[in-house]
Structures are given as C-alpha cells and as structure tokens.
Design a protein around this ligand. Structure first.
Ligand code: GTP
Ligand code: SPV
Ligand code: MN
Length: 591
C-alpha cells in the first residue's frame, strides 16, 4: 500500500523531531474514545459533568491565553508573498524552517503522540478528502473523533489513493510567543504549535477544510466555503437548500438549526451543516454542497431553549464543553442560558463565581463539541455523498447600521461583488478587539488559503460556467440596531420569515422593489403578522441610506485597492456601476 507507507514514513520523521515517549495510532472506535475520556479525567484535562443530566458530557478548561483563534499567528506559507495576498500573514518556506520547525524539537518528550487519520466529507463522495493529524493533545483527539470521520475509514481512503493532508500539531508550551499556525498549500501540510484551541488545533476544520481546501478547490473548479447548509421545507413539502456565509460568531449554527415559530406552522428547517460547505457542480448543472464535518463546534453563550432549542437538545449528551462555567451540581452554565443564573458556580477558569462577580462566568467564546447526528433537525441528506442542490447563497454579517435585513443581488457577478464587499463587527471568536467593523469578504478573510483577488476571480468564473444553474445570491443582516442600541429584528426562529422570501425568489416568485444596491422585498412581501415589529421598524430595517452607502463604498474601495491590478476587472465594473446607481439615486433625493 503506497499510501500507508508514505504515512508511516511521515510519522517516523515527525517522531524523530518531536521525540514522543510513545506513539498511538487511533482507530476511531468507541472503545478507544472511552479510554481517552478516562485518561483525560485521570490527568484532569476533562472534568466529568453531571451524568444524570448531561450523560457522556465533560468540561475542558483551556489555558486562559488560549481561548480563541489567533489570526495574527496564522500564516500562509508560499514561495511568493503575492500568492498569499495582502490579507493573509505570509511566511516563506525557508523562514518556517528556521522559525517554526525548531519549536517541534523534543516537543513531545515524555508525552504520547496520537496519530489521527480523518476523512472530511461523506465516504464515497467526490469531495471526500483525507488527512492525518499528529497531536500530543487528547482533547484534540477526542474532538477530532466527534468532528470528523476518524480512524479506519480514513486509513482505507489513504491506502487506496495515497493522498492525505499532513497536519502536525503540538501544544508546545502554550505560550502565545511561541504559537504558530502555518499552512503549506503546495505540500498539503499544516504545522500548528502552541495552542490547544479549536480552530488553531482541530486541524481538519479551518486549517484543512478551508485554508488548504480553498486552494485545491480553485485548482479543481469547486468551492470550499465558511458556510452553513440548510433545507427549508414548505407546508407543501417542497425543500429548498440554502448555503450561508456569516463570519465567526455571527449566527451560522443558529440559522442552520432554526426552529420555526408556532405561528409559521407547517414549515421545517433541516440542518445539513453549520460551519463549512464544500460545493461542486453536478452533471445537471446545479451546485451540490456537502458538509465535510460530522459534529458541531459551536458558541455556547447565548444558546438557550428560546434562541436555539435544537442546539440545546443536541448538546445534552456526549458533548465536550470548553470554557463554560460549571455549577456545584456539575451542570454546565453560560450567560444567556435559560433560567436564573446559579447563586454560585465555578467560572471558566475554575474560580469561584457568583452573580455579584465582575467577570463573566463563561468565556464569551466558550464552545460545545457535539455529534451532528444528535441534532433533532438533522437532514436525512446531511451525509449524502452527492450533497444537496443549493438554490440560494446568503452573505451576512453583524452590522448595527447600513445593510438591510435582506437584499437580493441583481446577478451572479453583482452577488460576488456584494459578498466581496462584506464587512462585519468583530466577535470573541478571534482574539483581539470586539465590535470593530472590518472587511470580511464572504466570511473568508481569516480562512482563504491564497490571494483573495484570485478568490474573487474564482467566484466570478463560476458565473460563466457553461450549463451552470446558478444559485441566487442574497445579503442578510439580523443585527441592525435602533438609536438605543437595541436589535430591531427579533432574529433566531423569526429569521424564517426572511428565508421564506428568499425561497420564493429562488423559485422565481415573490415581489420586489429595486433601489440602487439590489432587489428588496416589497414591503408586504415579508409576512409580519404576530411578529411585534411595527411597520415603521420594518421600513427602517429595509431602508437604504444612499449617502451612508456611498461613504461606505470609499472604505470598500480602499480595501479592494490593497489587491492592486490583481483585482478582477469584473469586480471593478460592478463597483463602479453600483456607485453610479447610488449617485443618481442620491441626486434624486435618497431612495
Ligand atoms: P462560529 O462557530 O464562530 O463560526 O459562529 P456562528 O456563525 O455559527 O454563530 P452562532 O450561531 O454560534 O451565533 C453566535 C452568536 O450570535 C450567539 O451568541 C447567538 O446567540 C447570536 N445570534 C445568532 N443568531 C442571531 C440572530 O438572529 N439575532 C441575534 N440578535 N443574535 C443572534
Ligand atoms: C470560527 O471561529 O469560525 C469557528 C470556531 O467556527 S473555530 O473552530 O475556532 O474555527
Ligand atoms: Mn466558524
């Protein structure tokens, strides 16, 4: 088996550098998982939660300096800097050798090296891709078991094809000073050292399924995106599949698991994926999406029976929590959970906490890690090797102002421009300031493994594919605020009302008006009965402030300017047409 030999050789080479005490090849079995869980309780890296209320569930507390993705320490390693582009941190392969490789030297001394073969995507899918993560963290190994198809099934594909992504992970000394997450798209290789946190350490997720896969997708003519996938079922039983890109902690898991409010009876939403979509063109010209993952690594704070009952049911068992608070009864707790806050608890660091404490009990980026199959609304097609046909693509972010509740692009290329021009307020999912507006094209700014100008060109090229049945592209914003800083739209389950209009449009129905920036729903096209949102608020939610929009376009232009002549001409054309439309509307006095 050439694949297996190549793998053994690589593992031996990594062992020579990291010097582990022993090497464990993971088979992904239940027995192995339970043994790892036992070992972690012994070394106190897992705390057993109340098994009556949360069977099979545990709490992991990470190092306080290691609770979110560290984008500043994340690099794309290519020979030419321009291939990484102006929005990525770049490192030359030579520098990686001198600056990062030595950090692995002896890093696993007195520790165990776990070899974790994994598959991203349903077995047998044209998009199933294998990887092997070497790690010295059992937390990483058990989360990989939940998030990926781990063990034998991956070994089988590696043996057959000889192809796999080589992902080397070590906790190192967990110091942010010696932390690096480095990607080599050319060699299909990832080096991560100094962090045990999700997106930095579960290398099948953002590192492989987005940064490495996006490069491969461009070469092979498909798309690897930071998107949820869902199916909306109408009372007539018609199911329409939608993919949506929102930046981190901007509502993907919540939308993917949407529970229809009682007044919209007969409607259902089915979850296919909550974070990553791999999409390829089918023989019928349609765009088919698969979820490469098998679990949800979701934000805990804010999750409740009111906001996301499907998530609450999903995370009630067999869940590995990270950095939530724990009550004295061993129950996980976080801000925004149902019911009163506990009178006493341990906070995410393990310190005593009470409602009088100044600090939050749970870290704002505390996460749950749960198997997808536990989701009550999991789609029957969630692991279909062919994927589901996508009719609409949504781009959205957190914007207190400017972008309306929903907008439909005029065309594919206008839609690509809308996605490329996205901006959002930063969240706790990445370290750094929270609430600062930054450009985040297609929610891929931290995840695109190559020059984003080429990424835009790749998206534009899809629009010109012969025979392609192009999904319609929309922009949404659940986060508009009034002058008192209150969200104007109730969000969560009520987002279905917006999805209804989107489904109508995707199926060639529904009424629109057309201001300069895209099609908007006719004021009566979104059903607001029983919603408690006034007609005036609804008007505000859909209002376009042409002057503010023109001002925003200056920032957008400055961002696009970073790419110089590499920016596709078609994007420039879309930008200047939009500007002209806005200027002429402005001259006529606003909308
Ligand atoms: P990542 O896992 O980081 O990629 O995040 P995500 O995009 O899956 O975001 P998630 O659904 O976990 O939501 C993040 C935060 O946004 C949570 O605190 C939610 O409660 C909040 N949120 C989600 N949807 C809505 C909404 O419709 N309205 C409002 N106001 N808040 C929302
Ligand atoms: C995100 O930050 O977008 C996440 C969590 O989905 S992480 O696994 O850290 O990437
Ligand atoms: Mn994400």
């Amino acid at each position: 088996m050439p694949g297996k030999e190549k793998l053994i050789q690589w593992v031996e080479e990594m062992a020579r550098q990291t010097e582990p005490k022993r090497i464990v090849w993971c088979d992904g079995s239940d027995e192995e998982y339970h043994q790892f869980i036992e070992e972690m309780q012994d070394d106190r890296s897992l705390i057993r939660l109340n098994q009556k209320e949360y069977p099979g569930s545990y709490l992991h507390r990470s190092h306080p300096s290691d609770v979110a993705r560290t984008e500043k320490l994340t690099f794309i390693c290519t020979t030419r800097r321009a291939d990484a582009g102006p929005t990525n941190n770049w490192m030359s392969p030579k520098e990686a050798q001198t600056r990062v490789w030595p950090l692995y030297h002896g890093a696993m001394q007195e520790r165990t090296m776990y070899v974790v073969p994994y598959l991203m995507g349903p077995p047998g899918s044209p998009l199933a891709r294998a990887g092997v993560e070497i790690t010295d963290s059992l937390y990483v190994a058990v989360c990989m078991r939940i998030m990926t198809r781990m063990g034998r099934i991956a070994m089988e594909q590696i043996g057959r094809t000889g192809e796999f992504v080589k992902a080397l992970h070590s906790l190192g000394d967990l110091s942010p000073e010696r932390r690096f997450i480095v990607h080599f798209p050319k060699g299909d290789e990832i080096w991560s050292v100094g962090s045990g946190y999700g997106g930095n350490a579960l290398l099948g997720k953002k590192c492989h399924a987005l940064r490495i896969a996006s490069v491969e997708a461009r070469q092979e003519g498909w798309l690897a995106e930071h998107m949820l996938i869902l199916g909306v079922q109408s009372p007539r039983g018609e199911v329409t599949y939608v993919a949506a890109a929102f930046p981190s902690a901007c509502g993907k898991t919540n939308l993917a698991m949407l529970m229809p409010p009682p007044e919209l009876s007969g409607w259902r939403v089915w979850t296919v994926g909550d974070d990553i979509a791999w999409m390829r063109w089918g023989d019928d010209g349609r765009l088919y999406a698969v979820n490469p993952e098998t679990g949800f690594f979701g934000v805990a704070p804010g999750t409740s029976a009111k906001t996301n009952p499907n998530a609450m049911a999903t995370i009630r068992r067999n869940t590995i929590y990270a950095n939530v608070a724990m009550t004295h009864d061993g129950l996980p707790w976080w801000e925004g959970m149902d019911g009163p806050s506990p009178a006493e608890a341990w906070d995410w660091r393990g310190h005593p906490w009470s409602p009088a404490s100044e600090d939050k009990a749970s870290h704002p980026n505390a996460r749950f890690c749960s198997p997808a199959t536990q989701c009550p609304c999991i789609s029957s097609k969630w692991d279909d090797p062919q994927g589901v046909p996508i009719s609409a693509i949504l781009f959205g972010g957190r914007r207190a102002r400017l972008t309306p509740l929903v907008l439909e692009s005029f065309s594919w290329s206008h839609g690509v421009y809308v996605g490329a021009g996205m901006a959002t307020e930063t969240t706790a999912a990445q370290s750094g300031a929270v609430g600062v507006v930054r450009r985040d094209p297609m929610a891929m700014l931290p995840f695109c493994g190559y020059n984003m100008a080429d990424y835009f060109a790749h998206w534009l090229a899809q629009g010109g594919r012969a025979g392609a049945v192009l999904p319609k592209i929309f922009q949404v914003n659940w986060f508009r605020q009034d002058e008192n800083g209150k969200y104007m739209w109730p969000g969560f389950g009520q987002n279905l009302r917006v999805l209804q209009w989107i489904v109508d449009r995707a199926r060639g129905r529904g009424a629109v008006v057309a201001p300069p920036v895209g099609f908007l729903p006719d004021p009566k096209a979104i059903d607001t009965t029983g919603l408690g949102v006034s007609e005036e608020s609804m008007r505000d939610l859909l209002a376009i402030d042409t002057e503010a929009w023109l001002a925003e376009m200056e920032e957008e232009a400055a961002f696009f300017g970073l790419f110089g002549s590499r920016l596709p001409e078609e994007l420039r054309r879309e930008m200047s047409s939009q500007e002209k439309r806005l200027e002429s509307a402005n001259a006529k006095g606003g909308r």
